[in-house]
Design a protein. Structure first.
Length: 419
């Protein structure tokens, strides 16, 4: 296939995106790996780079109290199409997750700004800073503020160093009292759309570059604290031990078994574990871990959560362990708007590619934005389905197709269909 489809140069769009991905990926708190957390100096540097790109693209730039960078392109109407993603990362991250979605929005908006063609709606490109939840348990706080559903109680949440979100906002140079002003009015927001790497293997398996998302998975997080009694590794008989780590291991195995035996899309993950005193010759006295449960079926996810809670209580009682259990997140499955799904599917077909319909097993800012307006997502293929990993990779050509599809989507966007 030729690199150009109509007046869209797929190769040029992709190469531009790749250069921007590499530039943004170079901003990290640590040498040798990508770490960029919410409201940190690295977030500031990344936000400034993004703001500069927006200005160069002809967008009017602003920033709200939670550091979300906004690039605004005017239109003939008062309502706005919101296009966004995030620029924060996990620990030891890949360069494409979130970042490419922001870049895609900027490049697409630049296409219309340079063309000088008035659209019957405005465009706002949004660069959120708190999608990954790598610093605070308040995942999606920046998009929640934009959607007008920010919980002020989140301001007292501490990070691992004891810095509250309120203090972090002030250190970032912002005013926590202005968070509410970040919200859009419902009558102002037409829809929110996001371009994102798939983070899974479906598109690669289907040999297609682009997929249309039907729903974003529901999520439940549990913080679990297991307490036992420290003792000498060589002198305490096995029958008399209160080993917090052994108990926690059984609880984690329970979560895996429940998900495996469900035979659906329910997945269970424990990716964070803290052991005290964490010495090789001491029986562990306290363990903390976080369970992440996900499914596109809310009823099945809730059922697994209930079985897990009752099961670990039984394990703790049998092993004579203390147990503190707290549910810290419960996000229901978020459906993508059928009109936006069809809009993306039509855009993909216009590029002579077949859109693949699929659900998202990862959480996204769209879960918060859905409380403001209809949402839609376009996935782009990533190599091996690998994400949250330095090996994460999406080819320039596939990124070019994704940006071209976003441009076609904007060109064909029917304002009247959204009231």
């Amino acid at each position: 296939m030729a690199a150009a489809i109509a007046n869209l140069d797929i190769e040029s769009l992709g190469n531009q995106a790749e250069e921007m991905v590499q530039a943004l990926g170079a901003i990290s708190a640590e040498p040798g790996r990508l770490v960029r957390l919410f409201l940190t100096p690295e977030h500031r540097r990344a936000a400034d780079l993004v703001a500069g790109w927006m200005q160069q693209s002809g967008l009017v730039v602003s920033e709200d109290a939670l550091g979300t960078v906004r690039g605004r392109l005017g239109g003939t109407g008062k309502r706005r199409l919101l296009i966004g993603s995030h620029i924060d990362t996990v620990i030891d991250a890949g360069k494409y997750d979130g970042n490419f979605g922001v870049i895609a929005g900027i490049v697409a908006a630049s296409y219309f700004a340079r063309g000088g063609r008035d659209l019957p709606f405005g465009i706002d490109v949004l660069a959120f800073g708190d999608e990954e939840g790598s610093r605070y348990a308040t995942t999606l706080s920046s998009s929640a503020a934009v959607a007008g559903v920010f919980d002020v109680n989140w301001l007292t949440q501490p990070d691992r160093d004891g810095v509250t979100l309120e203090d972090a906002i002030r250190a970032y140079g912002k005013n926590p009292d202005e968070v509410r002003a970040a919200a859009y009015r419902r009558e102002e927001a037409l829809a929110y759309v996001e371009v994102h790497i798939e983070q899974g293997p479906v598109l690669e398996t289907r040999d297609q570059p682009l997929g249309v998302v039907t729903a974003i998975v529901g999520q439940t997080y549990f913080n679990v604290e297991v307490t036992g009694e420290a003792g000498h590794a060589g002198t305490v008989p096995m029958t008399l031990r209160r080993d917090a780590l052994a108990g926690a291991a059984e609880m984690i195995q329970l979560a895996e078994n429940l998900a495996r035996e469900n035979h659906t899309d329910v997945v269970a993950t424990v990716g964070r574990l803290s052991v005290q005193p964490n010495a090789s010759n001491v029986i562990p006295a306290r363990v903390e871990f976080v369970l992440d449960l996900r499914s596109t079926s809310d009823s099945k996810r809730h059922a697994i959560a209930e079985q897990f809670c009752s099961g670990i209580r039984a394990i703790a009682e049998r092993r004579h362990l203390g147990l503190n259990l707290a549910q810290t997140r419960n996000a229901e499955t978020t459906l993508c708007d059928p009109r936006l799904q069809e809009g993306f599917a039509s855009a993909v077909r216009s590029l002579e590619r077949e859109p693949v319909l699929l659900g998202s097993g990862a959480g996204h800012d769209g879960q918060a934005m859905a409380r403001l307006c209809p949402i839609g997502m376009l996935f782009v293929r990533c190599r091996g389905g690998i994400s949250h990993n330095p090996m994460e990779y999406t080819s320039p050509r596939d990124m070019g197709f994704a940006i071209a599809a976003l441009i076609r989507f904007i060109e064909r966007f029917d304002v009247e269909a959204f009231g």
